[in-house]
Structures are given as C-alpha cells and as structure tokens.
Write a protein that binds this ligand. Structure first.
Ligand code: SF4
Length: 301
C-alpha cells in the first residue's frame, strides 16, 4: 500500500505537546547511551563519555550528505535523504565503507543548520524526511534532537537495518510514517559471514513484528550473487508467509563496491540470476510489491 504523506509546509510554528513528548524520549535514549544497548550488539559502553562500541560513535552524530532524492522507492519520492555516518554492521562490499569505519571524519551535525536545510528541502518539494546511514539507529539520540530542533511533526521515513533493541521501536512509535527495512538473509551462516552480526534474522524479524502495526513498512531484499538457494528463495517465501502486510522491494542491482579480500561477493548478478529471481518473486503473489523501487504491475495492486 502506498504511503499517504500529509501535505507539509515550512510554517514556523512549534508543536508544544510534540516537543514535550520528544524531550521525554530523548531523556530515555540519553540514559541508555551511558551503557549503550541501543542496538542488539549491546556494547554497554558509555557514549556520553566518548567510549566507543562497534558503531564507533560517541554521543554526537556526523552527517556526510543530504539531498532531495528522486531515486528511492517511488512511493516516497521526492524525499529529503539525510545520511548519518557510523554503522553496527560490517557488510562485505559496503557502498559507504569510508563512513562506516571512520564515522567522525564526516562533518559534525549542526542541528540548527540542518533544520534550516530541511525547511529548504520542503520548499523544493520534499514529501518527507528520510533518515539513513551508515545506519540511522545507532544515531538515535541525535535524530531525536534534530526533530526537537525542528519543533513540529513531519512525515518520517526510517531507512534501517532494523537491528535495534526494543527501546528503539518504543521510542519511535508514533514518530515514523514509513519504515524501509533491509532483510538480506534467513537463519544460517550467510548473515554472520556477510554482515558481521549474530542472530540477524531472529532480531530483524522480531523488530519487523514490532513496527508493522505502527507504520507503513517496505522491506528491501537485495539479491546477492550465488545466494538464491540459501538466502533469497527461503527468505522471500517466509516474508510472504509471515509478513503479508509489508511491501517487499526486490533489489537486483548489487554491485561489489569494495572487493576487500578475501572477497565473498566478487560480482554482480548474472542476467539469468536476475531474471530467475524476478520470476520467482512475482510468482509468490505478494499483495503489493516493488522491483528495484518501482511498483511491480504483476503484484496485486
Ligand atoms: S549503538 Fe550498538 S554498536 Fe553502537 S555502541 Fe550502542 S550497542 Fe554498540
């Protein structure tokens, strides 16, 4: 189902009730940062004091680009996409590796300046505010402070690996309009080998169950070369079975950006892999679905 974003304007009004609610949520996250369990890696470091866990982020956030994006899922564009550095995953062939391993080399987030830029992007046609990374969830405190700086409710797209602890989704409940969640691997050895995190499928599907009742949910599945039988096939079948109300977006454009040795994903999909994967996806009969971000006319729209 397509998201119905409300009309947004740049009127300079502050929603006092919304801000009070945000302040309470910010306090909760700030307290957690003293013994950080924001994501399920549960590093238990004091980010307030500058201690670093896997995401390599202190309390502060760093933003490496923002722009009005026309190339994302067609249900959300044009979207003001804001990229936060730092990530809890270590994906093989990551496209943004530099900002994952050196997150503090990006410009430090200036809340007032970014809020002003968000207002500008609304005047340029942004339908929503779209937070991504790196990984946005490890930047939760900063994102909430940015929303408080804005002072008024805007439609929010939360584009994440969905590997947060339950705290994240409790704090975001009622704030997020659309989740875009990655789901790459089912249970089995591939997730840990390629993403570098344990209990991947268990955690992400638990979190999907938490957010589905609260917002529109798009689940991206990036098909990886040589991983149809072990990953794509079983995962899409379970998605169809267990999450009938999400919109899957099959992504076929994998590119091996880093080629770090020893590489496990050295190439793109072949044409045959791509067409077989699309055919399988369409035969599953999702209620609504996308392929590479475009509505699939063969799904049940
Ligand atoms: S957000 Fe996750 S990776 Fe970062 S310090 Fe907290 S628990 Fe560790």
């Amino acid at each position: 189902m397509e998201a119905t974003f409300p009309e947004i304007s740049v009127a300079d009004t502050v929603d006092e009730d919304y801000c009070r609610e945000l302040e309470a949520r910010i306090e909760r996250v700030a307290a957690n940062y003293r013994d950080c369990t924001v994501c399920e890696l549960r590093c238990a470091v004091n980010r307030w004091e500058g201690e670093l866990g896997r995401c390599l982020l202190p309390r502060d956030a760093f933003v490496y680009k923002e722009y009005l994006h026309f190339g994302e899922e067609e249900s959300i564009v044009p979207t003001h996409t804001i990229f936060f550095s730092g990530c809890n995953f270590r994906c093989r062939e990551c496209s943004d590796w530099r900002w994952v391993v050196k997150p503090t080399s990006a410009p430090a987030l200036d809340y007032e300046a970014l809020a002003a830029r968000i207002r500008e992007r609304v005047t340029e046609g942004a339908r929503n505010l779209h937070f991504v990374g790196g990984e946005v969830e490890v930047n939760l405190y900063a994102v909430l402070r940015l929303l408080l700086t804005l002072g008024r409710r805007l439609p929010i797209v939360w584009n994440s690996n969905l590997y947060g602890s339950p705290l994240v989704y409790e704090v975001l409940d009622g704030l997020v309009t659309t989740y875009i969640a990655d789901l790459k691997h089912p249970e089995g050895p591939c997730a840990e080998a390629i993403l570098g995190v344990p209990r991947y499928y268990e955690i992400v599907t638990r979190n999907l169950r938490a957010v589905v009742p609260t917002a529109e949910v798009i689940v991206r599945h990036l098909a990886l070369p040589g991983h149809f039988e072990c990953c794509t096939r079983p995962l899409l079948m379970r998605l169809r079975e267990e999450f009938p109300d999400v919109t899957p977006n099959l992504m076929t454009g994998f590119y091996p950006f880093q080629r770090r040795a020893p590489t496990v994903l050295p190439r793109r999909l072949t044409n045959a892999e791509k067409s077989d994967t699309i055919q399988f996806f369409q035969e599953l009969g999702f209620k609504s679905a996308m392929i590479d971000g475009r509505w699939d006319k063969r799904s049940g729209l």
